[in-house]
Design a protein around this ligand. Structure first.
Ligand code: PLP
Length: 469
């Protein structure tokens, strides 16, 4: 509780208070909130407190307890500090966010044109699950990925996969329900489970085994309260791509314990070295699958907020949950309509993403460069990503005895002006990894990783762990 002691202002102070209050009244809300209420608090003319009271109390406004353990460190306090530094005029090289357009990866021209062309038809709400043509295109995409038995009503379009992840968890979980989520994870999953009142239980992905899920660990985390397994494939932050065998075994676990599989496949076209992606939902029809995908990454259209969720497999016993999803979709009326107009064009015809990930393509070249430069640093190792946009390098704890990886990346930011995300921001267990986004062009990547190398060299000198080579 904040206490402001009332006082008797001089006519001069009273004049200032009244002027400030009157002026800021017409300013934007954010500005107004602080100044106007300050002016009101101190000015006897504007103050609403009883005439005779000497104590003016302001009750702090708290966020809900539902948010107590919810965090999303990709846009956390270190990024806030980076913003502040930029406002002070410093140039930061950003290796922190998988947002493609600022690095020159624009949505294909044809998609942009279709959105522009259809903008005049976008003023009304659409069907709450999404427009017919867009859902039809998604249905055909499911067929091409061999996800069978998907009808239009099984498809929900949302404001990015993010909205649908939150919706899917809100619709499913009661307090005490548990969901198996990989560690490291894309942290929205952990946050969405927590926000929905569930408990995230993290199963380990094994770095020594190309970051594949440790199936024994997954099994060991199952309890009578477990409802679902989240599979992020291709994976953010590790860049792993799971084999069909691993996927089959995950299905077997789900089958044995009657669990739903949530498959986040948003990077399914960002594959290197000729790799192919299998949708886990294509491998069985006796388990319930909810598959998420969208335009953000494969089509470089993060800002269009256009994603989808497909329910498939054993739907018969899930009618109640499905009706819950439909209620939630209706409650937000519909997703962004201009963004929906991009879907049909994106999914059909020429797939320019293939050029970017092919040998010699910009994404492939940048992955190779970042991997090479990072792994040349003493004490840094990394599993080469097979997919997506990220590297998740490890700092040997004997050489880099990091206690707090958020503090570590803050120091990197302050000294070298390079922004990354700490491994624990992805619910990774040890403070010994960072995530590096390889979207900046080759010159910026070289410069940024050079600065990381210099920072680490100073770190080794400071800790007396320099390796003689
Ligand atoms: N899932 C994963 C694994 C991601 O990495 C991201 C974004 O980075 C999303 C979902 C969110 O995608 P969207 O932009 O469609 O909300």
């Amino acid at each position: 509780m904040v206490r402001l002691v009332a006082f008797q202002p001089t006519p001069f102070i009273r004049g200032i208070c009244c002027t400030v209050a009157a002026r800021v009244k017409s300013r934007p809300l954010l500005l107004r909130g602080g100044f106007y209420h300050c002016a009101l608090a101190f000015c006897p003319v504007h103050r609403k407190a009883p005439e005779n009271s000497r104590i003016y109390k302001v009750k702090p406004i708290l966020k809900s307890t539902k948010l107590s353990n919810v965090c999303y460190d990709i846009r956390g306090p270190v990024m806030e500090r980076a913003k502040q530094m930029e406002e002070e005029g410093q140039r930061i090289i950003k290796l922190n966010i998988g947002n493609l357009a600022p690095f020159g990866f624009e949505a294909p021209e044809e998609i942009q044109q279709d959105v522009i062309l259809n903008l005049p038809n976008s003023s009304g709400y659409s069907d709450s699950k999404g427009m017919f043509a867009a859902r039809k295109a998604i249905m055909h995409y499911c067929q091409s990925k061999k996800i069978m038995g998907v009808a239009l009503e099984d498809i929900y379009i949302g404001n990015g996969a993010s909205e649908l992840i939150v919706m899917a968890m809100q619709g499913l979980l009661n307090s005490g329900d548990e969901v198996l989520i990989p560690t490291p994870d894309y942290p929205l999953w952990t946050a969405a489970v927590t926000l929905a009142g569930g408990t995230p239980r993290h199963y380990v992905c094994d770095e020594a085994n190309d970051w594949n899920p440790d199936l024994a660990d997954m099994r060991s985390k199952i309890t009578k309260n477990t409802r679902a397994i989240v599979v992020i494939n291709p994976n953010n932050p590790t860049g792993a791509l799971y084999s069909d065998n691993i996927l089959r075994e995950i299905i077997q676990i789900a089958r044995e314990h009657e669990l739903i599989i949530f498959a986040d496949e948003i990077y399914d076209k960002m594959l290197y070295d000729g790799a192919t992606h299998t949708s886990i939902a294509s491998m069985a029809d006796d388990v319930l699958f909810v598959t998420l995908n969208g335009l953000s990454k494969n089509y470089r259209a993060c800002g269009y907020r256009s994603g989808w969720m497909v329910v498939s497999g054993e739907k018969k016993h899930a009618q109640d949950y499905i009706s819950g999803l439909t209620i939630l979709a209706s409650m937000r009326l519909c997703s962004n309509v201009p963004g929906q107009f991009a879907i049909q064009t994106a999914l059909g015809g020429y797939q320019s993403i293939n050029d970017l990930v092919a040998p010699g393509g910009r994404l492939c070249k940048q992955r190779d460069l970042a991997y090479q430069l990072l792994t040349e640093i003493p004490g840094v190792s990394c599993v080469k990503p097979k997919a997506a946009l990220y590297l998740f390098p490890r700092f040997d704890p004997k050489i880099y005895p990091i206690k707090n990886d958020q503090q570590f990346i803050l120091e990197l930011l302050e000294t070298e002006k390079v922004l990354v995300v700490q491994g624990t921001g992805f619910n990774w267990i040890h403070p010994d990894h960072i995530r590096v986004v390889f979207l900046p062009n080759a010159d910026d990547l070289t410069e940024a990783i050079g600065r990381i190398a210099r920072f680490l060299e100073n770190y080794r000198k400071h800790h007396g762990t320099e390796i003689s080579r």
